[in-house]
Design a protein around this ligand. Structure first.
Ligand code: ZN
Length: 184
């Protein structure tokens, strides 16, 4: 009787990375955005046939939308670029979500100011040349996630700064409401 466990071990070591579908969140350190953004990714970005576990790499900084827009001295965008390289090159993430949010202690500005910074940040991330798709989203006071800009490599490489650009979803409603009270 063959008692070796080798044949049982080998399959576990194969293709471990393929069991995860990585996404990259480039957002504020503020914990209030975590759940709505996770829901947004799962409900609006991940294709319905996806069987792999969703793994969200988090590149976080206070008011990161201002940092990547060049409007904050808190940190250099270069540091976040290096983090993004790990996510894209080592984890194979192809989609980045750039997040700005209302009532941000790290970037004190109006909602409109955030949206401008999100668009500028998307441009910065696009220039890194790491992701096939970049979605700029704003999380409002009620923690609703709204797409404010989107870049896709397949649309001639042009970042679109107009609102209401649908993300690859089945319905045409670009507003995504994540109700913290009912979220799991
Ligand atoms: Zn913030």
């Amino acid at each position: 009787m063959n008692t070796t466990t080798e044949t049982n071990i080998i399959p576990l070591l194969q293709g471990m990375d393929e069991e995860f579908n990585f996404f990259t969140v480039i957002g504020c350190m503020d914990g209030r955005q975590t759940k709505p953004i996770e829901e947004f990714i799962k409900n609006k970005i991940v294709s319905s046939g996806e069987l792999r576990e969703i793994a969200v790499d988090q590149i976080l900084g206070p008011g990161i939308d201002a940092i990547l827009a060049g409007e904050s001295n808190f940190a250099s965008p270069e540091m976040y670029k290096k983090m993004a390289e790990i996510s894209a090159n080592h984890h194979g993430s192809q989609v980045a979500i750039v997040v700005g949010h209302s009532s941000c202690a790290g970037n004190i500005t109006t909602d409109e100011g955030h949206k401008k910074h999100i668009c500028a940040s998307l441009e910065t991330v696009r220039n890194w040349g790491l992701f096939k798709k970049i979605i700029g989203v704003f999380v409002d006071e009620q923690r609703r996630v709204k797409v404010v800009a989107e870049y896709s490599q397949t649309t001639e490489g042009e970042a679109r700064a107009d609102s209401a650009v649908p993300v690859s979803v089945s319905d045409s409603d670009s507003d995504f409401v994540s109700d913290p009270a009912t979220a799991a």
